[in-house]
Design a protein. Structure first.
Length: 244
């Protein structure tokens, strides 16, 4: 365990993990803000398995995140949104700070997520509609809505089934799961209204892991990244990271 009296260097690098059906583009605003604050950022696109999207599992994504995170110089942070938040938490043992944005929680909290039935390939690209994108991004301007509408991608149903079934975090990788608080600092951001991950669920998860909870006045799941106030939130996250 690090000596609490030893000064710690500021976080200078951050890995940003996007949510299901999205891509690295989801972080454009955040990357601009974080880079303006002196943080180097990497925002990869999660890649499907060689056998195709239907054969892709959560572990395929998890291994990618761990490899990307290990490649960053320390001290480093991992920032994840939605499914990316779950992946960030699964890789938190490799980070010096963690930011979770409306994260899909691990077990046992995942049992409280809304029940969904996912096909082997979720056709979000094929079935994308401008009207439904607008409804999902009620706090975004029309340019952001159009930008996202053109970039949604299909997703692996197996990945989403695993995430919603509840992932056990191995104690060997994250011993803090069985402790009252985590050693690595965690910031958990929760939209005030979220049909995918209820803010009350995010608050319960944050309290259980000893995270700092930041309620955010967004009426959507993706608002913290794509809404009109996304840059302001990114600045607050940057301030939090600079104080770690």
């Amino acid at each position: 365990m690090p000596d609490p009296m030893t000064p710690r260097a500021c976080i200078r690098h951050a890995l940003l993990i996007h949510g299901a059906g999205a891509g690295a583009w989801e972080w454009n605003l955040w990357q601009d803000v974080l880079r303006s604050r002196g943080l180097g950022t990497v925002a990869p696109d999660l890649r499907p398995a060689p056998e195709g999207l239907a054969a892709t599992t959560l572990d395929h994504y998890r291994r990618q995140v761990r490899a990307e995170l290990e490649a960053l110089p320390r001290p480093r942070a991992v920032i994840g949104a939605s499914l990316g938040g779950l992946l960030a938490w699964l890789c938190a043992d490799l980070a010096d700070a963690v930011v979770l944005i409306n994260p899909l929680p691990p077990a046992p909290w995942a049992a409280r997520l809304p029940a969904r039935d996912w096909p082997d390939v979720v056709p979000w690209r094929r079935d994308a509609r401008l009207a439904s994108t607008r409804r999902a991004m009620v706090d975004a301007d029309e340019a952001a809505v159009l930008y996202a509408f053109r970039r949604w991608r299909d997703e692996s149903g197996a990945v989403l089934r695993e995430a919603h079934a509840g992932v056990e975090v191995p104690a060997v990788e994250m011993p803090a799961v069985e402790m009252p608080a985590v050693e690595v600092p965690v910031l958990c951001i929760a939209s005030q209204r979220d049909d995918d991950v209820a803010p009350e669920l995010s608050a319960q998860f944050a309290a259980a892991i000893g995270a700092t909870l930041l309620p955010w006045p967004s009426p959507s799941h993706v608002g913290p990244l794509l809404g009109r106030d996304a840059a302001r939130l990114a600045a607050q996250a940057a301030d939090w990271l600079s104080a770690r």
